[in-house]
Design a protein around this ligand. Structure first.
Ligand SMILES: [Zn+2]
Length: 100
């Protein structure tokens, strides 16, 4: 993927050159998966067992790290300096920004 792309800017209402940035979603995912109710239910379930009542393999350790990730892109207009996001995150196995 090139670092700069000509795109339509919704603020300038014309096609201008945009810089591309990757939006980091790792922190957001962490907070959403550990809601207060879920944490409480897990604690209640684990009471009476040594640790988790389920075998360790079932906790997603079978497959290792994920190969395909969802990457969200941010487009920054060089004319007005405003940024807008792509509406749907796309899945990529490998993603690189290359300057041309
Ligand atoms: Zn603009």
């Amino acid at each position: 993927m090139p670092k700069e792309v000509k795109r339509h800017c919704p603020y300038c209402k014309t096609h201008t050159v945009h810089k591309i940035e990757i939006v980091k979603t790792a922190g957001r995912r962490k907070t959403s998966s550990l809601k207060a109710g879920t944490r409480y239910r897990k604690k209640k379930l684990e009471k009476g067992y040594g640790s988790s009542p389920y075998p360790l393999i079932e906790h997603g350790r079978k497959h290792g790290a994920k190969a395909v990730r969802k990457i969200c892109l941010k487009f920054i207009c060089t004319q007005c300096g405003k940024a807008h996001l792509i509406k749907r995150a796309q899945r990529f196995k490998r993603f690189e920004l290359v300057s041309q």
